[in-house]
Write a protein that binds this ligand. Structure first.
Ligand SMILES: Nc1nc2c(c(=O)[nH]1)N[C@H]1C(S)=C(S)[C@@H](COP(=O)(O)OP(=O)(O)OC[C@H]3O[C@@H](n4cnc5c(=O)[nH]c(N)nc54)[C@H](O)[C@@H]3O)O[C@H]1N2
Ligand SMILES: Nc1nc2c(c(=O)[nH]1)N[C@H]1C(S)=C(S)[C@@H](COP(=O)(O)OP(=O)(O)OC[C@H]3O[C@@H](n4cnc5c(=O)[nH]c(N)nc54)[C@H](O)[C@@H]3O)O[C@H]1N2
Ligand code: SF4
Ligand SMILES: [Mo]
Length: 793
């Protein structure tokens, strides 16, 4: 069976549970921010960084993609608790040098969690793990580039290389990186977006003609109704709460749709105001719909059916701007209400109340995030959000729109710059015309396809521009084995993570400058640019001296790899000009990327500029039909067999994706550990357990079982049959083949699981991520005592 690592045992033994909170931010958030900042950066660095964060002359927060207010509306402290944590984590004074790597064999590092690895500090110089080696050793930058070039140039086909990107990469680095991959000869440009908002991009592009949201911050401030679905902004987009507070002050109402009662959706204590610091704060959700996991599509159809019955629709918008209305209306007229109620777990009165709020609103915004996109039918749900908006003409008018809230700070910009395995042909034409080579036209691998290609030996080299692919990807044990099969793995990184210690035959860690650091590549001060979740582009310039003189910028690293690899191939790409002056890259962006004319000038003005968005700007919809498209989707949800539960994997308040800052989830009342399973009190009893028991969690999919050991049950209010646990600890349970239809996004919020009491005598070998055992159905643990769970009717 299984042995847990020391890290995990510490986690298990130190968990403590209190009451969930019913308000976000306030005094505690400020105290936590200052304590972390002072501990890890000291007073001078703290002042230098936090006062420059999200200011027009400063740097863009490396946390989430929530937009900044216009320049004249910014505060001195224009950041949130979790933005500060992201900065502190990067600007920490802790560092790891070559002695650290000499002292710790890779095999030992692989036995630690991502939490421990990240805590060790900033990477300082390039490191290599030679074939058969036991330790990472220093390597010069030139030798590192030569190593990459050697591996890439001996591949049988350029399609055997994978160029992954995480969403922190600047527009300049992203543009250079995709250009390099395409000049090398492949569209294998998967990114974190494949696991994040891919379902959004696919769904929106199909029905409104562009894969991005249609609102501005001003629209949120002036909306009459805001519905927030599958999103936990108090933790993941905290400054969104300021925007929601402002909207409420302007008279907006808010509907929250979430299986969990998230503190940040209930009440906000704005630390910028006296009322928020010492008073009760602002109540946010007027209606809180505690929906069953994946019940959203049914809810949206229920609301729309009511609006149709009541005639609360915008007929002239429907006539002028849409197609497919009649089929959609017919579908809703025949809606099976029993199915809607069963799927949502809501009452008729609740759905009616939500529909009434839409009827009474002249301008509505719907926001969403991972609770919508990480399901099998996620693309259909995104299109259903659009259906509801179209019905009332809520696109392309002030105070209204569809608002996917993106994750990583520049994930949207990276896509705009061509980090996309299926980039449209006109983008490739632009590349060809600008740089005089014919880029490959065949689509490349997305994230899931990349894992399969590595697993099957069809890909031999993996390069990661930021990120932590091994921990972020689904099906950890399959992904880890796939990675170990590569000839070369390369990671451009700021901090140590699991993807460095689960490596190919040869491995490189290339340490990059972070956003908070001064970039003097080519001997001058360089700026970079980024795009937020609302298509606003602006520049960013870090204030701090770099953690080490050996760090290089991502732009520098990409251009140098390209030069070493391509030699005289693609001679018209000016890699060395790109590197010595990023303005050169911005000039190329202006000529290649749609909507980016005069890019350098516009991005550099205070507050930057907003990219064009035809539905938002002029109610034009560049779809196949040249109009917005109503779509018809069946209510087709995952059926959970008897005795099984539906697991969602989510973030705590103390992590940024796989970067774990600490072991507390303050708003949910959980502290000291992460190996917890949130479960309804009645389900706990029905399954024969007690609050505080330890269980092994097994997922069942397509005849294969995957397991993670020893999670502590925590009684937690949510719909019956639903459970929740943290990512990435539960990623071993997410089957690689279980992906959303149309977007191939892993279904991390819909995992069918069963629980068994954890046995005391678990032994055997296991890695720190507890890359769960994968066993054929029924042949797992013959001698484990199975607690046969049953559901109460
Ligand atoms: N501090 C911090 N900020 C972050 C991140 C971070 O890790 N830490 N990550 C960044 C990234 S990359 C992203 S993509 C975003 C993620 O931001 P979120 O999408 O808010 O992140 P999750 O924690 O995955 O939370 C999903 C929410 O959806 C709910 N949910 C789960 N299933 C369902 C469902 O079926 N229906 C509905 N209606 N709700 C459901 C969960 O209860 C939870 O509240 O945050 C970004 N910002
Ligand atoms: N089960 C489950 N799995 C999920 C999700 C989920 O909700 N549930 N969410 C998915 C989502 S939404 C996302 S976006 C992905 C995230 O996937 P990734 O983006 O791959 O993962 P991160 O944890 O954000 O990457 C963290 C690493 O990035 C590096 N890094 C940080 N800053 C910089 C920088 O400035 N430059 C460079 N070069 N490197 C840097 C550091 O070394 C750090 O260890 O995970 C996905 N996986
Ligand atoms: S809301 Fe997001 S971008 Fe803004 S400061 Fe917080 S983490 Fe940073
Ligand atoms: Mo994300």
């Amino acid at each position: 069976m299984t042995r847990r690592t020391r890290d995990q045992e510490i986690d298990e033994s130190s968990i403590s549970i209190g009451e969930p909170e019913d308000a976000a931010a306030g005094k505690t958030a400020v105290a936590v921010t200052m304590k972390r900042a002072l501990e890890q950066m000291g007073p001078t660095r703290t002042a230098k960084t936090l006062l420059k964060l999200n200011q027009t002359d400063g740097f863009d927060c490396q946390g989430c993609a929530w937009p900044d207010p216009s320049p004249d509306h910014r505060h001195t402290a224009e950041f949130c608790e979790n933005g500060a944590k992201a900065v502190v984590d990067e600007a920490t004074k802790e560092t790891i040098d070559r002695r650290f790597f000499a002292e710790h064999p890779v095999a030992e590092l692989a036995d630690h969690t991502d939490y421990w690895l990240n805590k060790q500090g900033r990477l300082l110089e390039p490191m290599v793990l030679r074939p058969g080696g036991t330790h990472y050793e220093p390597i010069s930058w030139d030798d590192a580039y030569a190593t990459i070039a050697r591996h890439l140039n001996r591949l049988a086909s350029p399609d055997q290389a994978i160029f992954y990107t995480s969403g922190k990469t600047s527009n300049e680095a992203a543009f250079a990186y995709q250009l390099f991959a395409r000049a090398f000869g492949t569209n294998n440009l998967p990114d974190c977006s494949n696991m994040c908002h891919e379902s959004t991009s696919v769904g929106l592009a199909e029905v409104i003609g562009i894969g991005k949201g249609s609102v501005s911050l001003d629209d949120v401030h002036h909306a009459e109704l805001i519905m927030i679905m599958g999103q936990n902004p108090g933790t993941n987009h905290p400054r969104m709460l300021s925007a929601l507070e402002q909207a409420k002050r302007n008279g907006a109402r808010i509907i929250a749709v979430n299986p969990l009662k998230e503190a940040g959706l209930i009440r906000f204590k704005n630390p910028q105001t006296p009322r928020g610091m010492v008073g009760p704060g602002t109540e946010l959700a007027d209606l809180y719909l505690q929906i069953r996991i994946n019940g959203d599509l049914a809810l949206l159809q229920g609301i729309a059916a009511r609006l149709l019955e009541w005639g609360a629709v915008d007929e002239s918008f429907i006539d002028q701007h849409t197609v497919g209305f009649q089929e959609y209306a017919d579908h809703l007229a025949a809606l099976d209400w029993d199915e809607v109620l069963a799927t949502t777990g809501l009452t008729m009165a609740e759905i009616d109340e939500a529909a009434g709020m839409f009827r009474d609103s002249g301008a509505s915004v719907t926001c969403w995030a991972m609770g919508i996109t990480q399901h099998r039918n996620a693309v259909a749900t995104v299109k259903e959000i659009v259906n509801l908006a179209l019905l009332q003409g809520n696109i392309g008018k002030p105070g209204a729109g569809v608002c996917p809230v993106r994750g990583h700070s520049n994930v949207q910009g990276d896509r705009t710059m061509g980090i996309w395995e299926r980039v449209p042909a006109h983008f490739l034409d632009g590349v060809r015309d600008e740089f005089g080579f014919e880029p490959p036209r065949e689509h490349g691998f997305d994230s899931v396809a990349s894992i399969k290609a590595l697993r099957d030996g069809d890909a031999r080299v993996f390069i990661g521009m930021g990120g932590n692919f091994v921990s972020a990807a689904p099906d950890t044990s399959v992904t880890e084995e796939a990675m170990r099969g590569a000839d070369l793995t390369v990671h451009v990184s700021t901090k140590l993570n699991r993807s460095h210690v689960v490596h190919g035959e040869e491995a490189l860690i290339l340490p990059a400058l972070g956003r908070s650091e001064r970039d003097q590549t080519g001997g001058t001060d360089q700026r970079v640019s980024v795009e937020d979740s609302m298509s606003a582009v602006h520049t960013s310039r870090g204030p701090l001296p770099p953690a080490s003189p050996h760090l290089r910028s991502e732009v520098d690293i990409v251009c140098s790899i390209a030069e070493a690899t391509l030699g005289d191939r693609a001679p018209s790409i000016p890699w060395s000009d790109f590197r010595s002056d990023y303005t050169t890259i911005r000039h190329s962006i202006a000529r290649v990327v749609p909507g980016c004319a005069a890019y350098d000038e516009k991005a550099s003005q205070p507050g930057g500029f907003v990219l064009p968005h035809p539905p938002r700007d002029s109610r034009t919809f560049p779809t196949e039909a040249d109009r917005a498209i109503f779509s018809v989707s069946p209510i087709d949800v995952v059926q959970v067999p008897e005795g099984r539960l539906l697991l969602q994997t989510m973030r705590s308040h103390d992590q940024f994706n796989t970067t774990i800052y600490g072991l507390d989830d303050r708003y949910r009342g959980i502290s000291g550990g992460r190996r917890v399973l949130l479960m309804h009190p009645d389900d706990i009893t029905a399954y024969g357990f007690e609050d505080g028991d330890y269980v092994d969690i097994t997922s069942e999919w397509d005849g294969v079982e995957r397991q993670v050991p020893k999670f502590r049950i925590v009684a937690y209010d949510q719909p019956r049959g639903c459970v929740a646990a943290y990512y990435p600890e539960t990623n071993p349970l997410v089957p690689l083949d279980s992906t959303a239809e149309g977007s191939n996004q892993p279904t991390s919020k819909s995992v069918i699981v069963r629980l068994e009491r954890a046995t005391a005598e678990e032994t055997g070998v296991r890695h720190a991520s507890d890359a769960g055992r994968v066993t054929p159905n029924g042949r797992g643990d013959e001698n484990k005592r199975h607690v046969q769970p049953h559901l109460l009717s």
